[in-house]
Design a protein around this ligand. Structure first.
Ligand SMILES: Cc1ncc(COP(=O)(O)O)c(C=O)c1O
Length: 501
């Protein structure tokens, strides 16, 4: 083709046509497992990953198209993705950042702003209740912001916080917030945590990085008492349900490749309860500036040279007025373009994760003598027909990040031996992130150097049990039925070898 005779539009269309052709030829192995065009590697010699990117020509085309536009920094794609993500979750708005860790940092930082009334503001030395076993960057932003994380224990059955310990962790006048994750897609007991936060006027940040697509349900009367219902305009049924990430004041997402959807690197802060939290979060994300103009725009407030803030002279350029000590944690527009395509596939991804979890649970069911299997919060038992539930009236529906099991202390093998065997058999597996974080070198050093930097409010036996016994397998939409059967077969073989040894 003669490029010289083409308009830019025609040329771009041709590049994108070729891009799709290229993607189809090269990335067939990255298609969802149930796509008929999926190229499946030879099972006998290939790795079965615990997670990974699942995409098709749409994402590659979106990335190339955005590159050709060469806007680079966050722009129209970012704005559209923020609106689409907020609508998918049922939150006021979403703010894109460059990782889930940044999202946690920005969410916590937003609560430190001097624009909040003193009794709500998280100040130096104030306490934030969190949970001991999990991912480190759910906790480190608390310390990075000058506050003190207070650890409560995990329930090893659900992987989530032991909500019966919340009151003992609370200190009037010092505790300002609760910040914890929905472990591996299993919603924590939002009913209990929200009641606790309401009772003591505390902020709640849900780390929803591993739980996109999970939902939580509670009786309507309880939801109403907590201030839900009218805000979301739900049907007048006896129960109210909403996505995790839509219950706290703020919540966070990660779009790193193992997560439910990806934009390569990336994350988001979701603004749930108060619109003003967005401007605080945005300021911390964008250098700490007071001005809220989108990049490339000036004078959105119409008063660019009419402000007098701090001790600056009246009329000082609003673009360069800083009301907090911020960062620059924005992603690229290209990443947002990829995220938008992923979001379209997200409902099917969630269904695949649920299906894969159920297949693994059924396939390993005969091994209850050796393993404890994770239960969704509020479930009391699993059977092939489904879960039994406690009498709280609350329910969870998990968009599983992984399939976690715990090797029983009585088993004739350790979880490390199982992990080694799975590795040798090329089956991806992970431990529960940092295990009991207090035992990580970073926290051991911190305790020596600055013992007041964090506080442990309870015995952390559950977190230790998870650290010593738990590992998780993949549930991601790239896993074929054949791969899952192989995972089940290898675990049965391993147990068989040890049980008869
Ligand atoms: C619960 C949780 N929070 C935060 C993060 C950090 O996300 P990112 O890797 O995008 O920084 C992770 C990472 O996997 C996570 O599992």
């Amino acid at each position: 083709m003669d490029a010289m005779n083409q308009t830019p539009e025609l040329l771009k269309a041709e590049i994108l046509r070729l891009t799709r052709q290229y993607a189809k030829l090269t990335h067939g192995a990255m298609l969802p497992a149930n796509d008929p065009a999926r190229v499946c590697p030879e099972l006998a010699t290939s790795v079965i990953p615990y997670a990974g990117r699942v995409f098709d020509a749409d994402e590659v085309e979106a990335a190339v198209s955005s590159s050709l536009d060469f806007w680079l920094t966050l722009g129209a794609q970012g704005e559209a993705f923020e609106a689409e993500l907020a609508a998918a979750l049922g939150v006021r708005s979403s703010l894109l950042v460059n990782s889930g860790s940044s999202a946690n940092l920005i969410a916590l930082s937003a609560l430190t702003t001097s624009k909040l009334p003193p009794h709500r503001r998280v100040r130096h030395g104030d306490e934030v209740i969190t949970v001991a076993a999990g991912f480190p960057t759910t906790v480190s932003p608390i310390i990075q912001s000058g506050a003190v994380p207070v650890f409560i224990d995990n329930d090893p059955v659900t992987g989530n916080a032991r909500v019966d310990q919340l009151e003992q962790a609370f200190v009037p006048g010092k505790t300002k917030a609760v910040m914890m994750a929905h472990t591996l897609g299993n919603p924590f007991d939002l009913g209990a945590v929200l009641e606790f936060c309401q009772r003591h006027e505390l902020w709640l940040i849900e780390d929803n990085c591993d739980a996109l697509g999970s939902t939580y349900e509670m009786p309507l009367a309880k939801a109403r008492a907590l201030g839900f219902g009218p805000r979301f305009g739900q049907n007048p049924s006896s129960h109210f349900h909403a996505s995790t990430g839509a219950w706290g004041d703020l919540s966070t997402q990660s779009f790193y490749p193992p997560h439910h959807i990806t934009m390569g690197e990336g994350g988001a802060v979701n603004i749930v309860s108060k619109a003003a939290l967005r401007s605080y979060a945005e300021s911390f994300r964008d250098w700490g500036r007071d001005c809220w103009c989108a990049s490339g725009k000036d004078d959105t407030c119409g008063r660019r040279f009419a402000w007098q803030l701090g001790e600056l002279p009246e009329g000082y350029d609003h673009k360069y007025i800083y009301s907090c000590l911020g960062y620059n944690l924005k992603p690229l527009d290209l990443q947002a373009a990829i995220g938008r395509q992923q979001l379209k596939k997200f409902p099917a991804f969630v269904e695949a994760r649920k299906r894969n979890w159920a297949l693994l649970r059924a396939g390993l069911n005969g091994l209850g003598e050796f393993f404890e299997f994770t239960l969704p919060t509020h479930a009391t038992a699993w059977s092939p027909e489904g879960f039994s539930w406690d009498d709280s009236g609350c329910r969870t529906d998990c968009s599983w990040f992984g399939f976690m099991l715990r090797v029983k202390p009585s088993a004739p093998f350790s979880h490390t031996e199982l992990a080694r065997h799975l590795d040798a058999q090329r089956i991806g597996n992970r431990m529960l992130f940092g295990g009991n974080l207090v035992r990580q070198p970073a926290f051991v050093h911190l305790r020596k150097e600055r013992p007041e930097a964090f506080r442990v409010a309870a015995e952390l036996d559950g977190a230790d049990a998870l650290m010593r016994q738990a590992l998780f397998l993949g549930t991601y939409p790239g896993l074929t039925g054949e791969m899952i059967s192989r995972m089940i077969e290898v675990i049965h073989e391993f147990v068989g070898l040890h049980a008869t040894a």
